[in-house]
Structure formats: C-alpha cells, structure tokens
Ligand binder design. Structure first.
Ligand code: B1M
Length: 211
C-alpha cells in the first residue's frame, strides 16, 4: 500500500486532525484515487479504532478525537469523492427516542457510522416516531437508528418499529437500536431488525443490515 495511505491511517488513529488533512491533500496531489484514500486510509484507521474500542483498549475520548481527524480528512476529500461518484454505503437517520435527552452515545454511534462510510442524518434528541419516518423518507434512508438511555423511554423504540411497519417504508427501511438499558432480548421482543451494544458494533451491524 502507498506510504501516504498508511500515514493517513496511522495519523487518524492518533487523532492528528491537521496532519490527516495535509496527508489527504498530499495523496490527492499524488493522484491516488479518492476511493482508495477513503477506504485504505480514513476508513481503515477508523476501523482499527472501532475494534480497539470494542475490546476496551481505547475509550470514548480516543474515539472522539479519531472521529474529528476523520472529519478533517473528509472535508478535503469530499469534492474528489463526488467527482469520482463514490456513493456512501447508505443513509442512516439516527436519533434519541421520544422523552429521552441523552445524546453522547448517539453522537458517538453517528461518528462511527460516518467512519464506516455511511451518510448520517442526525434527528437529534426527543425524536417522535413520525419524525424518524419523515427524515427517512426525505433522505432516502436504508436504516433508522434509535438510541435510548432510560428504562422509561426504551419502550418508545417499539413505537418507532411499529411506525416503520405501518408506513410505506415497511420492508425497505430497517431499524437498529441501542443504548445502555437495551438488550438483544428487548430487540427481539419489539421486532427491531438489530441491536448493537456499542458504537463500533453499531457500524458493523449497519453494514450487515444495509446489504
Ligand atoms: Co442521565 N441517566 N438522566 N443524564 N445519565 C443515566 C442514563 C442513568 C443510568 C444514571 C443513573 O441513575 N445511574 C439513569 C437512567 C436510569 C434508568 O433508566 N435505568 C439516568 C437518569 C435517571 C436521568 C434523569 C431522569 C435524571 C433526572 O433528571 N432525575 C434525566 C433524564 C432526562 C431525559 O432524558 N429525559 C437524566 C439527564 C441526564 C443529563 C442531561 C444530565 C446527562 C445527559 C447529557 C447528554 O447526553 N447530552 C445525563 C448523563 C450524562 C447520564 C450518564 C451519567 C452517562 C450517559 C452517557 O453519556 N454515557 C448515565 C449513567 C451512565 O451511563 N453511567 C445516565 C456515555 C455514552 C458513550 O454511553 O450512552 O451508553 P451510552 O452509549 C453507548 C452504548 O449504549 C451504545 O453505544 C454508545 C457508545 O459505545 N449506544 C448505541 C447508544 N445508543 C446506541 C444506538 C445504537 C447502537 C448502540 O443503534 C442505533
């Protein structure tokens, strides 16, 4: 692999946003393809961070600074990606469910999804089921991601699942869920399409569901 792509990956993992930015520009100057810069540089680095996060080898702050470095690189790369017609893996509408104001985990999941090559539409916090549906329609999303941190609000995830099933998105848009009190058993109970325990697993799950 080209030395500059390896450097992008390494510097992203260290969270060196300015260096990542400069290296992405260098790679473009060296006429390396935008898809290779994305896949073998930025996404490769974010993938390693995700795996380390799952194993508790790195923690939330390291993921946040790596995601910031990813964003810096993407700023430079975006026009080249558009010119090369490199499409995102899919669109995910993500939000914290009705009644719930916790967004730190949801934001982290959003960053890992972006790091995994998805376009993320952030619906914010306290999101009504109808809002998830509206944004999924508007953005031609393939996935909805619902987060909840309270035992009293996780039950609202069922409303999101039911709203999708009752809408024209049924069979087209899948719902993934997560958050501290959420479990696989709860996911099965409410009929959601998938559950992920952490942000890195959420990116893996999204890739599987979007196939
Ligand atoms: Co709140 N709070 N809080 N709180 N708060 C908890 C969740 C609580 C466990 C604290 C406790 O009592 N020990 C408790 C819930 C109890 C329960 O229901 N079982 C609680 C409570 C009770 C409350 C209030 C009701 C308190 C009150 O007012 N009496 C109130 C509710 C407000 C509301 O939402 N309506 C409240 C308010 C708040 C603050 C506003 C002060 C603040 C939120 C700030 C913010 O988010 N901007 C806050 C915080 C910070 C917490 C704790 C301390 C930390 C949560 C957090 O950010 N964790 C929390 C206690 C704790 O967890 N130790 C607590 C870090 C984050 C990275 O982890 O969100 O779990 P987490 O996300 C993980 C995974 O869960 C997963 O990936 C993430 C990264 O790995 N994940 C997904 C999350 N979403 C996912 C979606 C996916 C997939 C994976 O797919 C779509």
């Amino acid at each position: 692999m080209s030395a500059v792509l390896e450097q992008i990956k390494e510097n992203l993992m260290k969270g060196k946003a300015n260096d990542v930015k400069a290296l992405v520009q260098q790679a473009l100057n060296e006429k390396i393809g935008a898809a290779d810069i994305l896949n073998k540089g930025l996404l490769a680095g974010m993938g390693v961070i995700g795996e380390r996060f799952k194993k508790n080898e790195v923690y939330v702050p390291e993921v946040l600074i790596a995601a910031r470095a990813m964003k810096s690189g993407m700023e430079i790369l975006k026009p080249a990606l558009a010119a090369a017609k490199v499409e995102p893996r899919g669109v995910v509408v993500i939000g914290t469910v009705k009644g719930d104001l916790h967004d730190i985990g949801k934001n982290l999941v959003g960053m890992m999804l972006e790091g995994g090559g998805f376009k993320v539409v952030d619906a914010g916090i306290n999101v009504e089921p109808a809002k998830f549906i509206e944004l999924a329609k508007q953005n031609n999303a393939s996935l909805i991601g619902a987060s909840a941190l309270l035992t009293t609000t996780m039950t609202n995830m069922k409303e999101v699942v039911d709203a999708v099933k009752a809408s024209e998105l049924a069979g087209k848009v899948k719902v993934m869920i997560g958050g501290a009190p959420v479990t696989q058993a709860f996911c099965d109970e409410i009929g959601a399409d998938g559950y992920a325990a952490d942000a890195a697993s959420a990116a893996d799950l999204a890739r599987k569901l979007a196939k």
